[in-house]
Design a protein around this ligand. Structure first.
Ligand code: S3P
Length: 172
């Protein structure tokens, strides 16, 4: 299968499968896979969770926006980019991701996500209160933003959707 001309930008709630689907897609399309959270962690030399605790969310969003700008520069060859769940909060990121690639929203339900990440301690926004309630709240807040940025919305729950997505993108 020939790779697409454009990068693929994956967006969605924490735990929606952006990294898993992204790796799978990248392999199928023969494109590099990049996870913007990993790039941020390399840059700060530590975990995002630690950075959140020390510097606060606004500092993290500034850094995230800077990294997204770099990863979507015109001279960056096509890639599959998995983004952090809150990337759409900044309007500049929504526009940039949409202009510089095919944006795919992995629309997993909070209940499905909760089943997968119950024991995960690395996601700072899910550490306070009930993670399931928090996921529902994040979905209410962010779903319109994900939809605004997205060219495609898919439910990542079943493997066949990944295959369908790859097929869909290959036909662009
Ligand atoms: C965040 C999601 C995280 C990470 C940071 C903030 C969010 O990425 O960027 O902890 O605001 O939803 P994942 O979506 O990969 O967990």
């Amino acid at each position: 299968m020939r790779g697409p001309q454009l990068s693929i930008h994956l967006i969605g709630l924490p735990g929606s499968g952006k990294s898993t689907v992204g790796r799978h897609l990248a392999r199928r399309l023969g494109l590099p896979f990049i996870d913007s959270d990993h790039v941020i962690e390399q840059r700060i030399g530590g975990s995002i969770r630690g950075f959140f605790d020390r510097e606060g969310e606004a500092a993290f969003r500034d850094l995230e926006e800077e990294v997204i700008l770099e990863l979507t520069e015109a001279n960056v060859p096509p890639q599959v980019l998995a983004t952090g769940g809150g990337v759409v909060i900044r309007p500049g990121n929504r526009t940039r991701l949409r202009e510089r690639g095919t944006v795919v929203y992995l629309n997993a339900s909070p209940e499905e996500i909760f089943r997968h990440i119950r024991h995960d301690q690395t996601r700072p926004l899910l550490q306070v209160g009930s993670p399931l309630d928090r996921l529902r709240e994040l979905q209410r807040e962010r779903d319109p933003l994900y939809r605004e940025a997205a060219h495609f919305v898919i439910s990542p729950e079943r493997g066949k959707n990944v295959a369908a997505l790859v097929q869909h993108i290959a036909m662009q």
